[in-house]
Design a binder for this molecule. Structure first.
Ligand code: GTP
Ligand code: MG
Length: 334
């Protein structure tokens, strides 16, 4: 059975960083992970990407070809992906046996609140392919410092939950930075438990021009409260305990924990057992190769994508020797 996560959230909320951090974390606890980039605007990927939508369609090409803006272009790309869904299935098939999937989606919120194209892709995975997926919806924690923005983020989270109809975890990302944004109106539990959002109305901008929206805002807070669905958990991607807590929650959500309870407990016991060499800023192996190709190798070597060695002779010497030497250095530093 295939388990995984749909990683979504507004632009800059930390989706790609989360996929990168989680790939490293899961690698450390012994779970094989494949990250699938479904954001056609992602030109620079920090993680080891198993499948990249850029091989199928690129946002820049679509925008140029059809004279579209970034939003229209992304909608086109999602439609195009849905029309070529077999391409995705064929890429994922060899990984299905033993990999946990992380899908890095674009940040355009309308894809997950209004339009049906991204939802169709997700539905295909959950219904036809029988993948057990949970949506992990990241929201930047700095929004807590502005009551208006936080109410809006709560409404967005509710809307996304209703639209996607998936097991869902809302996350306040970058929680390590929250103190930098000043004192919050209430303590952090208020924002995570979301007991009564209407308390925030008194802390809204007191500008007289905004007074006319007060009733509307109160109504929106009441709406979120009436559904009683939205709550948040927190994440600091640099802290392995924080990542582990979120991971345990998601495992319950998508059912991974029930797929092999013993195995799952053994995985997490590795965190308690001893200090894991957790360094979120560590460059993945793949990036070391890119670094080498970019800075060290000659331009003609750069053309061979993902090439692990080269056979070019320079002044009668095989450059392969240097290349392998660099890899050994990298492995050493792991
Ligand atoms: N301090 C801190 N910074 C973070 C954390 N997560 C992400 N960031 C930073 O937030 C910025 C945006 O992160 P991305 O991962 O690119 O965000 P994204 O959601 O993928 O952005 P788009 O793909 O453009 O929608 C980067 O500079 C990250 O380093 C976190 O937990 N703590
Ligand atoms: Mg991203």
């Amino acid at each position: 059975m295939v388990f995984g996560q749909i990683v979504i959230g507004p632009p800059g909320s930390g989706k790609t960083t989360y996929c990168n951090g989680l790939q490293q974390f899961l690698g450390l606890i012994g779970r094989k992970t494949a990250v699938i980039n479904l954001d056609p605007a992602n030109d620079w990927l920090p993680y080891e990407c198993a499948v990249n939508i850029a091989e199928l369609v690129r946002l820049e090409d679509v925008m140029n070809q059809y004279n579209l803006g970034p939003n229209g272009g992304l909608i086109y790309c999602m439609d195009y992906l849905m029309m070529n869904i077999d391409w995705l299935k064929n890429k994922l098939k060899p990984l299905e046996k033993d990999h946990y999937f992380l899908f890095d989606f674009p940040g355009q919120v309308e894809l997950f609140t209004l339009h049906s194209n991204a939802k169709k892709v997700i539905d295909e995975m959950t219904t036809k392919w029988d993948y057990r997926l949970a949506a992990v919806h990241l929201v930047d924690a700095h929004l807590c410092s502005d009551p208006g923005k936080f109410i809006s983020a709560s409404l967005l989270s509710l809307n996304t939950m209703m639209h996607l109809e998936l097991p869902h975890v809302n996350v306040l990302s970058k929680i390590d930075l929250i103190e930098q944004y000043g004192k919050l109106a209430y303590n952090l539990e208020f924002y995570t438990d979301l007991q009564d959002l209407s308390y925030l109305v008194d802390h809204l901008d007191q500008n007289p021009r905004m007074a006319k929206y007060r009733k509307l805002t109160e109504g929106l807070c009441e709406l979120v409260g009436d559904y009683s669905l939205v709550s948040f958990t927190t994440l600091n991607i640099q802290d392995k305990e924080s990542v582990a807590d979120l991971m345990k929650l998601v495992d319950k959500c998508n059912g991974y924990i029930f797929s092999g309870i013993e195995g799952n407990m053994r995985e997490f016991s590795k965190i308690a057992a001893g200090p894991l060499n957790w360094d979120y800023y560590r460059y993945p192996f793949f990036l070391s190769i890119c670094f080498y190709r970019f800075f060290v190798s000659s331009p003609s070597l750069i053309t061979g994508r993902y090439k692990c060695c080269c056979s070019r002779k320079v002044h009668g010497r095989q450059l392969t020797v240097w290349y392998i030497g660099l890899l050994v250095l990298r492995l050493d530093s792991f």
